[in-house]
Design a protein around this ligand. Structure first.
Ligand code: PHE
Length: 478
């Protein structure tokens, strides 16, 4: 049997895992949710949840992956009787998330091109239109949306075809530090704009958003907890097997606990940094613009760049959208790898050799089909939104567009459910000592968080997960 090749170094693993975690959610989700849900108060609740849920599920997944040396599907199969099928839930989540992630990743590429056009004054720039009109025209130009979405799918596929160390590790080893530098450059520009301080106040000062009319009323504490929980889950890429898959490629001599903490700290740091970039810019240069979600990224931020003098705007536009492309690609490769790893492992075990290229191609074609649907829908602009096709008039919100529909199933249901089932499996079926033994697989490694891990895994985390699941469903259906 061919050897199963993993990450070449712990740095490579860390960059890949952080790359998976750092994504679109950090940029358009976290800063806005923090501002609208109580500033610092939100941050503290987020951090508490990251410790009692995020850390537990992250460590559990990494340990499960490394112990079994298998992707999500086979890992659950190997280790559990009752939860055998949970890996498939992860694969399904990966497919659904990929469908809209690739569409949005494609939009980001389009905006890099748009700003290049603006820089050189060519026809493929904004041509004097404002951000809202540019985005509106793009959404209704279905073939353009599809082309960019497919470019993003192909990019993801090529990297995954390159393998774990040759493709994913190489890309993230360069891409993540580059993203960090570009983000720093954008933060310096944003925070030195006149009026930037309002963005900082919005993000950090509890109650500022309500007092200044940015949002109508303050959310209840329950809403804050469920918003923070849902955001944390999606942002850390947990509950759907990506971290099981990456953990399975990690060398036994590496420290699991340390890596889990580092991934969480870095992801939160980048989310805060993204806030320091987008919020000051929005409040300084487009104070009426949308403040969260895709519209923040593609309307407000484009207006921000358009209102900067001369070539500076397009140059910052190119830097900003490139960094978002990097964040999106490094997340989407972890999603595709979650799907592909299972089939590659199976082929290798059956002695058929490494069929990575073939399976990456097949999975990408299936993902491309869903991605085309999301692109043609253009965030519900083109009359084929789920509620229109499925006659769900009473259920607007999550059925307004295919992106929200797939997001609701994956982020709203499958991911928190996957996390809940995993903690139940570790806590009550296989026992938390399995994770301890894996963390201590190398001489001298001690799992210092074990007593904490054990209590959380059995009682605290599953309860929080239920609460998050309930909150997520309520936010989609409420
Ligand atoms: N963590 C990514 C983000 O914040 C999304 C993601 C979820 C990536 C699940 C991989 C797996 O955007």
């Amino acid at each position: 049997m061919e050897e199963r090749k993993g990450f070449g170094s712990n740095f490579g693993f860390l960059m890949a895992a952080v790359g998976s975690a750092v994504g679109l959610g950090n940029i358009w989700g976290f800063p806005n949710k923090m501002g609208a849900s109580g500033g610092f108060t939100f941050l503290i609740i987020y951090l508490i949840l990251a410790v009692i849920c995020g850390f537990i599920v992250m460590l559990g997944e990494l340990a499960l992956g490394r112990k079994t040396g298998k992707g999500a599907v086979a890992a659950y199969h190997a280790i559990s009787k009752r939860f055998k099928w949970v890996g498939w839930l992860g694969v399904a989540s990966a497919f659904l998330i990929m469908s809209f992630y690739c569409a949005l990743g494609g939009y980001c590429i389009k905006y890099v091109v748009l700003n290049v056009g603006n820089l050189f004054g060519t026809g493929f720039g904004s041509n004097g239109m404002n951000g809202g009109d540019v985005f509106g025209a793009f959404l209704t130009n279905q073939s353009e949306g599809v082309i960019y979405g497919l470019i993003f799918v192909v990019l993801t596929m090529l990297i995954v075809m390159g393998g774990v160390s040759g493709g994913i590790e190489k890309f993230c080893g360069i891409g993540m530090p580059a993203l960090f530098v570009m983000l720093l450059i954008c933060i310096i520009r944003a925070c030195t704009l006149p009026g930037a301080v309002n963005g900082l106040k919005y993000m950090f000062v509890p109650g500022w958003a309500v007092a200044n009319g940015v949002i109508a009323e303050a959310p209840s504490i329950f809403e804050v907890i469920s918003t923070a929980g849902g955001q944390m889950f999606f942002s850390l890429s947990i509950g759907m097997g990506a971290m099981i898959t990456y953990g399975s490629y990690l060398d036994k001599k590496e420290h699991l606990e340390k890596n889990a903490v580092l991934i969480i700290v870095m992801d939160t740091l980048v989310a805060l940094m993204a806030g320091l970039c987008v919020m000051p810019a929005r409040f300084a240069l487009d104070p009426e613009g949308p403040i969260g979600g895709p519209k923040l990224l593609f309307i407000t931020m484009q207006n921000v760049f358009d209102s900067m003098d001369g070539a500076i705007g397009p140059i910052f536009g190119i830097i900003f959208y490139l960094l978002v492309v990097l964040a999106a690609v490094s997340s989407s490769i972890s999603l595709l790898e979650t799907v592909v790893a299972h089939f590659v492992d199976k082929a290798r075990e059956e002695g058929k050799g490494d069929r990575r290229k073939k399976y990456s191609l097949i999975a990408s074609i299936l993902i491309a089909l869903l991605c085309v649907l999301v692109c043609v829908d253009g965030l519900g602009s083109n009359g084929i939104a789920p509620w229109e096709l499925l006659k769900l008039d009473g259920y607007k919100g999550w059925s307004d567009c295919w992106l929200d529909f797939f997001d609701m199933i994956s982020e709203g249901v499958f991911m928190p459910l996957g996390g809940l089932l995993m903690t139940l499996m570790i806590g009550w079926e296989i026992g938390p000592e399995v994770v301890k033994n894996e963390c201590e697989a190398t001489e001298g490694h001690k799992m210092s968080s074990y007593p904490f891990f054990k209590v959380c895994c059995k009682y605290i985390t599953p309860l929080c997960m239920l609460l998050i699941l309930y909150g997520q469903l309520k936010s989609f259906f409420g």
